[in-house]
Design a protein around this ligand. Structure first.
Ligand code: 2IP
Ligand code: CA
Length: 366
C-alpha cells in the first residue's frame, strides 16, 4: 500500500516549518541568518549566505523524504534553489541529506560550526507526523494514481526577505499583514506531468500562531483537485463586503492599480506570493493580481491546486488579456532548464470566484 502522498507532503511541510523556525529561534543560527554581509567580519567564505542555506536545506530535506517514500517521482521533484554552494576559493559544496543525522551533520560542518550543524541535522532527520485537528478529514487518494506522472514544485521558504527581517507591518485590513513573518509560507505543489494541471497543494504558514517569543505553530492549508476527487480544508465563508478587496505586490504598476480601482476595488499591499494567494483561498480578499513576471512555478503550483479544488484558479494575467479569455497557469515540463520557463512571465490573476475575471479582462481590454 502506497503511503498517502498528501499526508506525507503535509508532514514534509511541517518538518520544513520546524527547520525554518529553528533557524530563527536558535541564537547561533539566527546570527548566521541575519548577519549583515558588510565589512570585514562578514563570513564571505561562501558566495551564498546562510539564508540560502536554510532554503536549500529545507528543499533537499523535502526531496529526500518524498523520494524515499515515492521513488517513482524521483526525477520530477523540483525546487527553487540549486543544492550547490561555491565558496570564494572555487570549492563547491553540495548540500546532501544523508541517511543518518551524523552524515547530514558532517556535510553541514563544511559550512557551519559543529553545534549549528548538529541542531539542523537533528531537525532534518526528525520523524514528523502532522495530524492536527485543523487538517480536517483527509480522503484516500485514488488507488490508480500514477505517481510516475506526477511532478512536484517546492518553494522551501517563500517570502525570504520577510523571513530574514522579521519586522511586522499590518495593512488597514484586519488579519492581513503587509510585511513580516506572517507573510512567510512553505509551498509544496503537485502537478500532472501530462496535462500540466496542478492537482495537490500544501501551503504552510510556519509563523502564523505566535505562542511566545520565538515560539510559533503552523497554519496549514491543503487541497486536492484530481479529475475524480476535489477536497480541501479551506471551506471559508464568502464575507459580505461593501467593496471588493484586492491584494497586490508593493511593486505593482500604478496604471494597473488605477484600472482596478475604477472597478471599485479596495487595495491591500503585502509581501509573499504564497501569502497573497492564501488571502484569496480564505476569502479575506477577492483578488490577487500581479502584472509582472516576478513569480515562478514554485510560488503558484500549490495555491493554484487548492484554489481549483474550491472552484477558483490562478490565471495568466497577460495570456488571458491577449486571448480575451481566462488562461490558467500550467506546469507542463517545457524544458525548464531554460530559466525563464520556470517563470510566470505574464503575471497572474488569482480568484476564488472565476466570474470576476470577465469584468477584469473587459476593463484591461479598454
Ligand atoms: C518571492 C516572494 C516575494 C515576491 C516575489 C516572489 O519569492 O514571494 O515576496 O515579491 O514575487 O518570487 P512580492 O513581495 O512583490 O510579491 P521568494 O521569497 O521565495 O524569493
Ligand atoms: Ca518564492
Amino acid at each position: 500500500m502506497e503511503p498517502h502522498l498528501l499526508q506525507q507532503l503535509i508532514n514534509a511541510a511541517e518538518k520544513a516549518a520546524n527547520i525554518a523556525r529553528v533557524c530563527r529561534s536558535n541564537e547561533a543560527l539566527l546570527k548566521l541568518l541575519v548577519q549583515e554581509k558588510t565589512g570585514p567580519d562578514a563570513n564571505a567564505r561562501f558566495e551564498h549566505d546562510f539564508k540560502t542555506l536554510a532554503d536549500v536545506l529545507i528543499q533537499e530535506t523535502i526531496k529526500h523524504d518524498i523520494c524515499e517514500l515515492f521513488p517513482a517521482m524521483r526525477e520530477a521533484i523540483k525546487g527553487e534553489e540549486s543544492p550547490n554552494f561555491t565558496n570564494v576559493e572555487g570549492e563547491s559544496v553540495t548540500i546532501v541529506v544523508g541517511e543518518t543525522v551524523e552524515e547530514t551533520a558532517q556535510c553541514l560542518t563544511a559550512i557551519l560550526n559543529a553545534e549549528a550543524a548538529e541542531i539542523l541535522a537533528s531537525e532534518v532527520h526528525r520523524d514528523v507526523a502532522y495530524e492536527e485537528e485543523v487538517l480536517g478529514e483527509i480522503p484516500a487518494l485514488p488507488a490508480d494514481l500514477d505517481y510516475s506522472n506526477l511532478g512536484i514544485w517546492i518553494d522551501p521558504i517563500d517570502g525570504t526577505a520577510e523571513y530574514i527581517s522579521g519586522d511586522t507591518i499590518f495593512t488597514d485590513f484586519p488579519g492581513i499583514t503587509s510585511t513580516g513573518l506572517d507573510c512567510v509560507t512553505v509551498l509544496v505543489g503537485v502537478y500532472d506531468r501530462t496535462t500540466g494541471e496542478p492537482v495537490i497543494g500544501v501551503v504552510s504558514q510556519p509563523f502564523h500562531n505566535k505562542l511566545d517569543e520565538n515560539v510559533y505553530r503552523s497554519l496549514v492549508f491543503w487541497g486536492i483537485c484530481l479529475p475524480e476527487l476535489h477536497a480541501n480544508n479551506c471551506q471559508f465563508e464568502r464575507p459580505t463586503r461593501d467593496n471588493r478587496l484586492g491584494i497586490f505586490s508593493s511593486s505593482e504598476n500604478g496604471d494597473i492599480l488605477q484600472r482596478i480601482m475604477d472597478l471599485g476595488y479596495e487595495f491591500a499591499f503585502a509581501a509573499g506570493a504564497g501569502h497573497k494567494a492564501v488571502k484569496v483561498i480564505t476569502w479575506e480578499v477577492d483578488l490577487y493580481l500581479l502584472s509582472k513576471g516576478s513569480t515562478f512555478k514554485w510560488d503558484t503550483c500549490a495555491p493554484q491546486a487548492i484554489l481549483r479544488s474550491l472552484g477558483g484558479d490562478i490565471f495568466s494575467y497577460g495570456g488571458s488579456i491577449n486571448e480575451c479569455k481566462p488562461i490558467a497557469l500550467s506546469y507542463l515540463d517545457e524544458g525548464e532548464e531554460i530559466e525563464n520557463l520556470k517563470c510566470n512571465k505574464d503575471g497572474l490573476i488569482a480568484v476564488r470566484d472565476v466570474s470576476l475575471i470577465d469584468e477584469l479582462l473587459a476593463k484591461f481590454k479598454e
